[in-house]
Design a protein around this ligand. Structure first.
Ligand code: NDP
Length: 453
């Protein structure tokens, strides 16, 4: 009989925490999860899932307009925000229920409330203290909100999913995933959409050609970019919010969304007192085995601030469970290379592996194959949207080291390409793969002409 109440006590029922808890419980261990807010964490409740539903919703107006070229007469259309918001809420409640059942059915004890550490093997929730052989911190992250005069009038992505009224005029501050995704969602759902970014091109770190291409396409659809600028102040006026930018431009809008990054959620955990080392952004510092400076305390997901992506948290959880609770299996190490990712702006961006710039810094010689084209659908739709596909090849090994796409369902296409790149496929393997015709994706196996090297 163990001297502890639990083998594993997980703090936070988000993507990483739930995966670690239910897999460990499935291996016959005694597991608890403490959660103070909602099951499924950011991704399910105020992140990936509702955002994707909004993104789907925001494509319809284009589809209605494009249908005419295919012979359809579409009647007057109108968008009703409460319908989308409330249908989304119902779906999220359904998912919360699924998460509840997943945990309970796998034998996890669900404890409602915010947990804090009391010692290396002790956790407090409310007025109760629990002991555990190991503790896993999977508390995720919270939006970072910059401060400037009137910043209290801005909302974060937490609130944007539940707005009472849909803005006629929106402004998003930031140039990362959330900013470009919401600028596209607002525009697609019918709002005037402004994006203010302090750099000269959003999506820092992405391939430069992809950044410019996506910017041009979003601009064509009507998103208004204000680059090399930040918000200086926001004033509430009778007709909305008056926003003054650092370049002295002024805009009047109904909603300001700050999408300025996310920081580890560590408030109230009592990390310092227990001796858990934290990094510059407050993140829990862990080693390759996700072990913190206190050997019985582990952490993964957004709270360790490596890559803030749900599938990364899931993979980290599976690595941890494998190494702690499946001694019969070989030890694993989390592989952070070639992680594919998508940005659900309009059109979507998806990418895996290196940008052209990183590849040029890494390899002596690179080959770039790039193709920008009008997708077949738009030969009749009347849309001037263009798509981009790009492959980056290390000339010495012939391996494809990066693939990028801007276009419809780019994430769906890139998932398969990511497998090929992870397997080390060469350009010749891509070239010898038979295309699926007629698709946009076949471009990835038919790009024979070198664009530049
Ligand atoms: P990001 O880190 O992607 O982007 C933050 C943006 O805010 C950057 O453009 C940054 O500028 C800017 N910024 C930061 N501080 C300030 C400031 N004080 N004033 C003005 N601008 C500022 O964060 P997001 O909030 O967009 O998203 C958080 C995380 O969530 C992402 O890292 C991503 O991993 C994840 N996510 C993933 C999605 C997906 O997979 N599709 C969707 C949404 C989120 P600069 O570029 O100059 O640093």
């Amino acid at each position: 009989m163990s001297q502890y109440d639990f083998d594993l006590f997980v703090i936070g029922a988000g993507s990483g925490g739930v995966r670690a808890a239910r897999t460990t419980a499935g291996l016959g261990k005694k597991v608890a999860v403490a959660e103070g807010r909602f099951l499924g964490g950011t991704c399910v409740n105020i992140g990936c899932v509702p955002k994707k539903l909004f993104s789907y919703g925001s494509h319809f107006h284009e589809e209605f307009a494009q249908a005419a070229g295919f012979g359809w007469t579409v009647g007057a259309s109108a968008f009703d925000w409460p319908t989308l918001r409330d249908n989304k809420n119902k779906e999220i409640e359904r998912l919360n229920g699924i998460y509840h059942n997943l945990l309970v059915d796998s034998g996890v004890e669900l404890i409602e409330g915010y947990a804090s550490l009391k010692g290396p093997n002790e956790v407090v929730v409310g007025d109760k203290t629990y002991t555990a052989e190991r503790i896993l911190i999977a508390t995720g992250s919270v939006p970072f909100m910059p401060e400037f005069p009137g910043s209290e009038y801005a909302v974060s992505s937490d609130a944007v999913f539940y707005l009472e009224t849909f803005p006629k005029r929106s402004l998003v501050l930031g140039g990362g995933y959330i900013a470009v995704e919401f600028a596209g969602i607002f525009q697609g759902l019918g709002a005037e959409s402004h994006l203010v970014y302090r750099g000269d091109q959003p999506l820092k770190g992405f391939d430069e050609e992809v950044r410019q291409f996506a910017l041009d396409e979003m601009q064509k659809k009507g998103v208004q970019f204000h680059l090399n600028a930040n918000i200086e102040r926001i004033e509430k006026v009778d007709t909305g919010l008056k926003v003054t930018l650092t370049n002295q431009e002024t805009l009047e809008v109904d909603l300001v969304l700050c999408a300025t990054g996310r920081i580890p959620k560590v408030d109230g955990l009592n990390l310092e007192q227990v001796g858990v080392t934290q990094g510059k952004t407050g993140e829990v510092v862990v080693d390759e085995q996700f072990q913190s400076s206190v050997p019985s305390i582990y952490a993964l997901g957004d709270v360790i601030n490596r890559l803030q992506l749900t599938p990364v948290a899931l993979a980290e959880a599976m690595t941890l469970v494998n190494n702690l609770y499946q001694p019969e299996l070989p030890s694993k190490q989390m592989d952070y290379s070639n992680i594919p990712t998508a940005v659900f702006c309009h059109p979507n961006i998806a990418t895996v592996g290196m940008s052209e710039e990183t590849a040029r810094d890494t390899f002596e010689r690179v080959e770039i194959y790039s193709s920008a084209f009008r997708p077949m659908k738009h030969t009749l739709s009347g849309s001037d949207e263009r798509h981009l596909m790009k492959l980056i090849v290390d000339a010495a090994s012939r391996k494809v080291v990066g693939a990028h796409m801007v276009g419809t369902d780019a994430g769906e296409v890139m998932q398969g390409i990511a497998i090929a790149i992870k397997a080390g496929a060469t350009k010749e393997v891509f070239d010898s793969t038979v295309g699926i015709h007629p698709t946009g994706a076949e471009e990835f196996v038919t790009m024979r002409t070198l664009t530049r090297n």
